[in-house]
Write a new protein. Structure first.
Length: 282
């Protein structure tokens, strides 16, 4: 398979919580995968009590960079590109006001840097972000902006001529948590244990019925690998917490797919297709 994937993410750990199993499967099938991470995650909270110690907090960016390297290795990324911007923090936090925060950088400057990577790597598919309606982190919103612009910008010879020869991306997708997935896992957990970690998400309307062009990608046999990558982010993920509350066996029995929203397709951005990457993989 001659498929190259470029995955664009905001922080270390995002590459493991969004489409990690999909990338792992495609890498095993022969794809080349490149990871672009915009920030160092400096403003993130330490969510694992075992890692919440002064020496980690004082060197959080370095620690998170090491976690990212381990997670990327587990997934199978061939290359990591760190853009080096500073984490903007959550909405209305003091980090938002910093001059070096990712959210405060000129969009054209950021776009040019990503275009340069795209033109060098020459991916068939870019994985970006949706509109993050239910998680409006400033850095994620900025990645969404880039995701909407990247294909056209990279292909336009008049834009960023110093960034390399133009390259036409075939498709841009965003990993999404669909309501179908949330309800399937929620119901399975209620039936097996009487409790579900997704109850709060459903109360908030996460994964609401939005008109989208979405695709399922079968990750049977790869869910656990994605989870191992996520667990490598020891500062950000509590091994006893939310992300591991549903057993792998339950995930693969009731919803063995990762879902994607189509953001762009060369020539026909709104047309249907039987499955993610069909045509390209053939």
């Amino acid at each position: 398979m001659s498929l190259t994937i470029l995955a664009l993410h905001a922080h270390p750990d995002d590459e493991s919580s969004k489409a990690a199993a999909t990338v792992a499967r495609l890498v095993d099938e022969g794809a080349r995968a490149v990871l672009v991470t915009a920030t160092g995650g400096e403003a993130g909270d330490i969510l694992n009590p075992e890692m919440d110690v002064p020496e980690v907090a004082q060197h959080l960016a370095e620690v998170r960079a090491g976690e990212l390297e381990e997670a990327a290795r587990i997934i199978g990324f061939d290359e990591i590109v760190m853009l080096g911007y500073r984490d903007s923090g959550m909405p209305d936090s003091p980090d938002n006001g910093r001059d070096d925060a990712f959210c405060n950088q000129p969009i054209e400057e950021v776009l040019e840097r990503v275009v340069e990577v795209v033109r060098r790597v020459r991916p068939d598919v870019v994985l970006g972000y949706d509109d993050h309606e239910f998680y409006p982190h400033p850095d994620h919103l900025r990645i969404h902006e880039i995701s909407l612009e990247i294909a056209a910008a990279a292909a336009d010879a008049d834009r960023f001529p110093e960034a390399g020869e133009p390259w036409q991306v075939d498709e841009v997708y965003a990993p999404v948590f669909t309501r179908e997935r949330i309800l399937a896992l929620h119901t399975a957990m209620l039936e097996s244990t009487g409790e579900s970690p997704f109850a709060v998400w459903l109360e908030r309307g996460v994964g609401g019925d939005v008109e989208r062009t979405t695709f399922k990608f079968d990750v049977t046999g790869y869910v656990d690998r994605g989870r191992k990558a996520l667990a490598a982010h020891r500062t950000q993920v509590d091994p006893r917490g939310f992300w591991f509350a549903v057993p792998t066996s339950v995930v693969e029995s009731v919803y063995p797919w990762e879902d994607f929203e189509l953001l762009y397709r060369n020539g026909s951005p709104n047309s249907g297709r039987d499955s993610l990457f069909a045509g390209i993989r053939e």
